[in-house]
Design a protein around this ligand. Sequence first.
Ligand code: THU
Length: 304
Amino acid sequence: MAIELSWEIPMPEDMEGLEALLNRVAEACFAAEGITSAGFCVQIVDDEAIRALNRNMRNIDSATDVLSFPTVNYPAGKTARDCPKRMAREFDPGLGCINLGDCVINLNRARQQADEYGHSLKRELSYLTAHSAFHLMGYDHMNEEEKRQMRQMEEKALGAIGITRQEDGIGFDRLFELACEAMQMSYSPYSHFKVGACILAEDGRTFKGCNFENASYGATICAERCAAGNAIINGARRFKAIAVVGSTAVAWPCGICRQVLREFSDTSLPVIVGEFGKGYTVKTLGELLPEGLSPEDLGVDVNA
Ligand code: THU
């Protein structure tokens, strides 16, 4: 067994098979690093417990998502594969392998992040376990280069067992469902036409928006632009899909929203449009906005 899982809070119902899954995750991380005969402990806790731990151990008073406590003291710039002797010193007869340390996961945050990314809790727990495994093997993300390397290793390991954080499986159905949820928040006392939108960003996160009207009618903001603002303030600038739903008719995006979407996506953006309770159709942004003005037209490289 590569991990030993313990629940410090009651185990939710749908968690059967989690230990086997996290074992596979840990094994994949070790294989990506090129080490064998290692293991670590995974503890699942809640907001309160991780906050106390973070405060006591790191002097940071916040309920983070995951904390890692490595047993091996890796020299700067070195990771597990470079340190066989230091690793061997941590052989734990109880575990029957090298004990890399402890991974503590906050279930509350894991749930939140799973919702944010539109994937399952098990998938998020897999991701957090892999992230921690690499910390326990000497990786860190103090600067951009370290962060890139760590991310690359995580992707290599999780990719090898078919898990990616960028959940392609979110699908149009789920995105449309999230738009329907957003629609419930609409502020539309003038038109009584509720609109909800949900953007899937390139990094896999989803951002909701709803229309909000104004006594000065022209000051109204559409659901799509509300969602776009929500994405931008959260650092997501490339969009992979958008779903839009209207309460009593199909909510075709208005011209301004089509143009706003073009800023953060190319013309292949799937636009999933429908009416609440009646399903949806899918168009590309290029179909809805032929010849739209793009950042490239003004010589701006949005990736720079
Ligand atoms: N609206 C949207 O939110 N998105 C669209 O794609 C079309 C129109 C809103 C604006 C206004 O609050 C109401 O629908 C009626 O135009």
